[in-house]
Write a protein that binds this ligand. Sequence first.
Ligand SMILES: Nc1ncnc2c1ncn2[C@@H]1O[C@H](COP(=O)(O)OP(=O)(O)OP(=O)(O)O)[C@@H](O)[C@H]1O
Ligand SMILES: Nc1nc2c(ncn2[C@@H]2O[C@H](COP(=O)(O)O)[C@@H](O)[C@H]2O)c(=O)[nH]1
Length: 204
Amino acid sequence: MKEKGLLIVLSGPSGVGKGTVRKAIFSEPDKSFEYSISMTTRLPREGEVDGVDYFFKTREEFEALIEQGKLLEHAEFVGNYYGTPVDYVRETIEAGKDIFLEIEVEGAKQVREKFPDGLFIFLAPPSLSELENRIVNRGTDTEEVIQRRMKVAKEEIELMSLYDYVVENDSVERACEKVNCIIVAEHCRRERVEARYKKMLEAE
Ligand SMILES: Nc1ncnc2c1ncn2[C@@H]1O[C@H](COP(=O)(O)OP(=O)(O)OP(=O)(O)O)[C@@H](O)[C@H]1O
Ligand SMILES: Nc1nc2c(ncn2[C@@H]2O[C@H](COP(=O)(O)O)[C@@H](O)[C@H]2O)c(=O)[nH]1
């Protein structure tokens, strides 16, 4: 039987650096996992490309996808829908390849319910004031949206204990190294458990 791939979820509050860390991880050569491109109703930011950064959809299109069961999870975040196309995730895992999702906390909760044996990593900020600095300095949000993101962030940080690992994003380089190590360690752990069961079954 072909071994299934690992579902990896990187989540955490807005502005902590999920996108930055994910892009840095995927810019490394020889990555053995695939990235799940999300759907969103948010308008593209400058430089963002449809089908690369996101699949950009209208609200009507997005709601039709929800109705048709095409999304593994979805959430409304600061006025826009975001969701993970389910077919690509399932096909990748079935093909024995790992898939990497970078999503917000409500979506991660939904994925955990459907894939309890996935690998869930929470990216945490060094402090709340540093989180706010990062959102402000990114320069993509109005003061009102920044305050909404910070309010949600505080609620999300309380949920970090539900994750398998918490990685502090104090430096992008260190955070990437830790995420990569966690993925390698998780593979080793699963292989050992599987090997143990295989032996047990063969001995019967
Ligand atoms: N370790 C770090 N140290 C300092 N700045 C960082 C670090 N990681 C990311 N940043 C900066 O913080 C800002 C927010 O990062 P990013 O957009 O990747 O966050 P995010 O978690 O993906 O946000 P969102 O959930 O809103 O999409 C960016 O300007 C980025 O350059
Ligand atoms: N629940 C989901 N959240 C997602 C998905 N794709 C991205 N995201 C998260 O949304 C926020 C905002 O993103 P931005 O690009 O507008 O800054 C951020 O936390 C992303 O991680 C998804 O498919 N599902």
